[in-house]
Design a protein around this ligand. Structure first.
Ligand code: SF4
Ligand code: SF4
Ligand code: SF4
Length: 272
């Protein structure tokens, strides 16, 4: 039973958030929302432990489609970074602010960039592309993320400063157009750099939160040096070019790990 501790802990964390928010906000939606996400993630981790090949992709589709189609398009919540700024400025601790706090700001202290591996609706599409493992060395383009991060902030600030009307409607269209742009740029970059996750590595503004917080992540892939035979198979399958054989927190691309567990699956010595 010990091996099922991780999905159980994840389920407990999400259920705790679900119940606390349901009670404090007196809104049943939070119970449904965080229970659904928690059950999806815990089920995926459970399937992974049972060695089911598509465990991660199932969770990614369950959570990603739910957030994109139900929360974004049907309920009209802008769950992108612009939505986060928007709700932050209005002082409303709802939808996008809670989502960011749990999945992208404080959650990564526990589960690192699990969001990127198991829930993101942008990566959900990018992961279908042919370059699951990068075919080229990493480029020094990470600075672009600070530009996209700043642009999103300036965009929402400008909406408030100009006191433009119908801002809710604008945020809905921003969500639609923003997502289409992300998909277009993400797919183009994946083919140009022969790397499905190029968008995540260089463009995504959310990594400005995710990277520093996941540095301290409780859950992380570590290597048992006594078992490792330095065959290098793990590094060959990593979509994020992490050196998972180095146990230090400063390891190469350490804050890029999306906990996809491809390295763990490929290790012939169960060293990871
Ligand atoms: S880096 Fe950004 S686009 Fe990539 S998976 Fe994470 S949140 Fe999604
Ligand atoms: S292959 Fe391993 S180190 Fe690379 S992202 Fe996946 S879990 Fe992290
Ligand atoms: S695949 Fe396993 S044994 Fe090979 S280098 Fe990686 S951790 Fe070591």
């Amino acid at each position: 039973m010990k091996k099922y501790a991780v999905p159980l802990i994840m389920l407990i964390v999400f259920e705790t958030v679900a119940v606390v928010l349901w009670q404090t906000k007196d809104n049943l939606f939070y119970l449904f929302n965080f229970s659904y996400i928690g059950i999806s993630i815990a089920a995926g981790v459970f399937l992974f432990i049972r060695k089911y090949k598509y465990a991660r992709r199932i969770v990614q589709l369950l959570v990603g489609l739910y957030m994109l189609l139900y929360l974004g398009l049907i309920r009209g919540e802008n769950m992108q970074i612009e939505g986060f700024w928007y709700y932050l400025f209005t002082g409303v601790f709802e939808a996008a602010t809670i989502h960011y706090a749990v999945a992208k700001i404080f959650g990564p202290l526990i589960f690192g960039r699990g969001w990127c591996g198991y829930a993101c609706w942008t990566a959900m599409v990018l992961d279908f592309l042919p370059y699951k493992v990068p075919q080229q060395p990493r480029r020094k383009l990470g600075w672009i993320r600070y530009i996209t991060f700043s642009l999103s902030f300036v965009f929402v600030t400008a909406l408030f400063l100009t006191r433009i009307g119908n801002i809710e409607r604008i945020m809905f269209w921003a969500f639609l157009i923003g997502n289409l742009l992300y998909y277009a740029v993400g797919i183009l970059l994946a083919f140009a750099f022969k790397d499905n996750r190029a968008f995540c590595k260089y463009i995504c503004p959310i990594t400005v939160f995710l990277k520093p917080m996941s540095y301290f992540s409780l859950f992380r892939v570590t290597c048992d040096k006594d078992k490792c035979i330095s065959c290098g198979k793990c590094r060959k399958v990593c979509p994020m070019q992490v050196d998972m054989t180095d146990n230090s927190r400063k390891r190469e691309n350490g804050t890029e790990c999306i906990l996809c567990m491809e390295c763990v699956r490929k290790c012939p010595k169960d060293a990871l």
